[in-house]
Design a protein around this ligand. Structure first.
Ligand code: FE2
Ligand code: FE2
Length: 288
């Protein structure tokens, strides 16, 4: 995987921008979100999950962003799928996701359940494909049983809050929910990208490599699934946009642009040398 080169940020023409992991429960993050604005009336914004821990706040933020951008496309992060004891919305799993999708439709925000939209530039068109495929703990040493891997993670204290707050109902496990989502999504991808390349938007990376830069190897189990490892070879994917790792980066893997577009927590972004800004994924003049 190689680092990507710079990209157009000329505000004179429309852009397809991307952000993720806004985590607006942190006041400093809300200030960042308050500053997000389209620079052109036809700008679009991709929001790759982890907007907020409560359904109502997620809806407010997405509706607010939709008032500022021509089109907003969202895919859920693990935090939107948490059933937090303090949230008035106590729905779980698939029902919770369905409720979020309904809220997005009321706010005119596209989700993985909608028809894929086409971004049109003067030189190329892209199908914008938000997906919701979760994780299945397969980003681990395949020689270690899951129970043993989880026990080691608990002992190290490196466990995602999902273990307590993200329920897979009515699926018995998060792995089975993930598998069902992958199968459903692959059926759509097989027919969707036949006439134009795709920009796939997922909360998690589609391959394991980016998780190897996390401070603890235990955490990768909650960061994706090996079921998506060949997607960029099976389907005409031009760019993958993701978040969740809170490690923003632009890179290229097998000719596919990989854009990790997280804001993350204040304790993380306040020490970055480059200030946070929405990432330009495509623009109205040219496309990488
Ligand atoms: Fe996050
Ligand atoms: Fe996340």
């Amino acid at each position: 995987m190689t680092e990507a080169r710079g990209r157009c940020t000329d505000r004179a023409h429309p852009h397809l921008w991307a952000v993720s992991d806004l985590h607006v429960g942190h006041p400093a993050n809300q200030s960042v979100v308050d500053g997000l604005a389209a620079q052109h009336p036809d700008d679009w914004l991709l929001v790759a999950g982890d907007v907020a821990d409560s359904s109502s706040r997620t809806q407010e933020v997405l509706a607010d962003l939709r008032s500022r951008f021509r089109r907003v496309i969202w895919t859920p992060g693990n935090h939107e799928l948490w059933t937090h004891p303090r949230d008035e919305d106590q729905s779980r799993g698939v029902a919770r996701y369905a409720g979020l999708v309904d809220m997005c439709r009321k706010a005119d925000v596209l989700t993985p359940e909608d028809e894929y939209a086409t971004w049109r530039g003067p030189q190329r068109e892209f199908l914008v494909v938000p997906v919701h495929v979760l994780y299945d703990y397969s980003f681990r040493d395949p020689g270690v049983a899951l129970d043993d891997a989880l026990e080691a993670a608990w002992e190290a204290g490196h466990v995602f809050g999902d273990e307590v707050l993200l329920h897979p109902d009515p699926y018995p496990t998060r792995q089975e929910w993930c598998r069902a989502r992958v199968e459903l999504t692959e059926e759509r991808l097989a027919v969707a990208g036949q006439d134009r390349p795709m920009i796939v938007v997922n909360h998690y990376p589609l391959v394991e490599e980016p998780t190897r830069r996390m401070f603890s190897s235990h955490l990768a189990m909650w960061c994706g699934t090996r079921l998506t490892a060949q997607w960029h070879k099976r389907f005409p994917i031009h760019t993958v946009v993701h978040g969740h790792l809170h490690m923003p980066r632009s890179s290229v893997d097998d000719g596919v642009a990989i854009e990790e577009v997280s804001l993350g927590y204040p304790r993380e972004w306040k020490y970055r040398t480059t200030p946070f800004a929405p990432r330009s994924i495509a623009c109205g003049v040219s496309t990488r």
